[in-house]
Ligand binder design. Structure first.
Ligand SMILES: Nc1nc2c(ncn2[C@@H]2O[C@H](COP(=O)(O)OP(=O)(O)OP(=O)(O)O)[C@@H](O)[C@H]2O)c(=O)[nH]1
Ligand SMILES: [Mg+2]
Length: 471
């Protein structure tokens, strides 16, 4: 899978942001990858809302056009008072910004390359520019593009307004040391309502690079009291995690185990034969997959394989599923990935496992949150992304939890811990719902479950039934 990356340097990004304000840029189209043609441009950029073009030439100019309107190929002139042309030339500190001549159209929405009158991009389906200063926009050609009309690169970004801070947070969190301590205590003293189950088993599932392993590392660090990196985290084209891992967490070095097992999986990929396989996932749900099982996307686990655990109890089953999603990638989720999620959700619902959605990397997604994590429930952008995720995955907003994992820090941070612990508390509540459902869904087993609860003796019939139920 090729990764399409922006050609803008950090300095150029900064200059572009100074023109666009408090926004996030999503690269939609890069001509050197997708083709220097009008058809490729329209295939990637039509109906995307506000966009900005960045054209590059060998003279060192980065220039282009911003519009707040859609490209739709309606064959008409489009008025847009917010549209402007701009240029960031190599030697100049201040970017050039040129607003449209009042009363004239910003661009003609035709099937050719973007046509702003004074600048027509991808002329005749080539990396070429037409420059007619004075048509709609007035500027000096030398200042705009150095009179170099050959394009070395051409990109279009969707411009997403980040919004400001809500006057009132949409969830109330107390960002105090007491709250941190209290949460830690609640988690450490957790007891399931079924006596023989001593730990809640929570499974982390999500696309490659979403932050699953980092979430375990972060929780582990928060309980240990220092940074740990037991699970390998990082970025690669494919999933960094290739084994199924079940992690117990210790409170302090050599301390007692926290009643929580976090299970880490290989990342999901959109293609059917890549990444975590849904059959493997169902086996994990039912407790059949052993720790350190090496995932093999083309060959899911068979009953006869050594990694398959035949005899399982309620302890081995997954009690809560956590979907982990990168907040920065919410709007880039492809239909294939959404379909994969829908199939997973269906299976998970059928097995009656409660689900939570973790939105990671909130610091990367919103600069206001990066500045101060306490802004997480006040950021308009994060709230919008939470709603978007809830709608596209069909998960109630109440089950969507933003978190920031530890990724570059050397020291623990109180606010980061509070957000992480809040998510864990919720996972334990949901695991409780799973245990409670065990009674209701199988009334026949209730009496035996009571037996199961009230003494450590495992009734042979129940042992058999439990096994039978979960296979
Ligand atoms: N800034 C920031 N970076 C994060 C956060 N969570 C994870 N990362 C980074 O994202 C990258 C991927 O994280 P991983 O934890 O390896 O992701 P994963 O879901 O386990 O990925 P695979 O095992 O490859 O499927 C790493 O470089 C992390 O440091 C976060 O909340 N904030
Ligand atoms: Mg991982």
């Amino acid at each position: 899978m090729s990764v399409v990356t922006s050609g803008l340097s950090k300095d150029q990004q900064k200059k572009l942001h100074s023109l666009l304000g408090h926004v996030k840029l999503h690269l939609l189209y890069k001509a050197s990858i997708h083709g220097f043609t009008a058809a490729a441009f329209h295939a990637h950029c039509d109906r995307q809302g506000p966009t900005v073009i960045t054209a590059y030439n060998a003279t060192g100019f980065v220039f282009g056009a911003y519009t707040s309107k859609d490209y739709t190929q309606c064959q008409e002139g489009i008025s847009d008072e917010q549209a402007f042309l701009y240029s960031i030339s190599a030697g100049e500190d201040k970017p050039l910004r040129v607003g449209g001549i009042s009363g004239q159209c910003a661009f003609t929405d035709v099937s050719t390359g973007p046509n702003y009158g004074a600048l027509v991009f991808l002329h005749e389906d080539k990396p070429h520019l037409l420059s007619n200063p004075g048509t709609g926009f007035v500027f000096q050609a030398a200042a705009m593009h150095g009179e170099d009309l050959a394009l070395t690169e051409f990109e279009v970004y969707r411009v997403e307004g980040l919004g400001d801070l809500l006057a009132k947070p949409w969830r109330n969190i107390q960002w105090t040391a007491e709250r941190r301590q209290q949460s830690m205590k609640v988690i450490r003293s957790y007891q399931s309502c079924i006596k023989t189950v001593h730990q809640a088993r929570v499974l982390l599932v999500g696309p490659v690079g979403a932050g699953k392993s980092s979430f375990f590392n972060s929780i582990n660090s928060a309980f240990r009291g220092n940074m740990t990196s037991q699970a390998i985290a990082g970025t690669a084209g494919k999933s960094v995690t290739t084994q199924f891992r079940t992690y117990t967490i210790k409170a302090g070095k050599g301390g007692e185990a926290v009643p929580l097992v976090l299970c880490d999986t290989m990342g999901l990929e959109e293609n059917a034969d890549a990444g975590l396989d849904i059959e493997d996932l169902v086996n994990i749900y039912k407790g059949h997959v052993k720790d350190r099982y090496q995932f093999s996307p083309s060959a899911p686990l068979l009953e006869s394989a050594p990694g398959y655990k035949k005899h399982v109890t309620l302890n081995d089953r997954i009690h809560c599923v956590v979907y982990v999603m990168d907040t920065c990638k919410v709007s880039l989720l492809t239909q294939k990935m959404l379909d994969k999620f829908a199939a997973i959700r269906k299976k998970t619902n059928q097995l009656g496992i409660p689900q939570i959605l973790l939105m990671t990397k909130v610091d990367e997604a919103c600069p206001l949150v990066a500045e101060d994590l306490k802004n997480v429930y006040r950021s308009v952008y994060i709230q919008r992304k939470a709603r978007e995720l809830s709608e596209s995955l069909g998960i109630p907003l109440s089950c969507v939890l933003p978190v920031k994992n530890y990724s570059e820090e050397l020291e623990l941070d109180q606010d980061t811990d509070i957000l992480l612990f809040t998510a864990v508390e919720q996972m334990l509540n949901y695991a409780d719902s799973f245990f409670e459902n065990q009674d209701i869904e199988d009334p026949e087993a209730t009496d035996q479950l009571e037996l199961y609860r009230s003494n450590s003796y495992q009734h042979p019939v129940l042992a058999e039934r439990t096994e039978h139920n979960v296979v």
